[in-house]
Design a protein around this ligand. Sequence first.
Ligand SMILES: [Zn+2]
Length: 193
Amino acid sequence: MSYSKYKRSGEFRNDRRYQTVRLQRRRGRAETRLKTSVILSGVCILTAAFFLVICASYRTMEKQQTLFNDKKRRVIREGCPASMADKEAAKTVAWPGTSEHQLGLALDIVDLDYQQLDTRQEETPVQQWLMENSWKYGFILRYPTDKSEITGIIYEPWHYRYVGKEAAKVIHEKGICLEEYLENYQQNYPEES
Ligand SMILES: [Zn+2]
């Protein structure tokens, strides 16, 4: 029997040598697929990798007071009249007793590769991801850029506050700030009689 005829025959399909070759080929393809997916997932991990740093969390009253006093001294040094210094300092450092960090509900989060607390923070991969996803975990960007008039605080693309998943979802979907949420969406409980 010629080889081509033998190959077409059923006898060839049952030949152990042929089956071994077939299995080896199959294993080869599986190994190639496995290697490809390992390489691809490695690439995905590399491109998606970013590292966040929590640079501020809970603060005591004393700590907030120290931060406020430091800021006040700085604005005076920069030429602000002493009588206006409290107000000027309060634009960027909360009055002692009013900081969300004292509640233990706020975190300042920055990108490992860019740790400055300024508006460029919003361009980092960490902030891009947080702005898109933090609400899923019950956090909101507390002081968004277009809400300073309402919040009374400058844009802080690093300050996140825990408000719970339910509130965070509404705030994210409606594009509102916490003040607007409390005004319009807060559950109204019946008054006690
Ligand atoms: Zn903060």
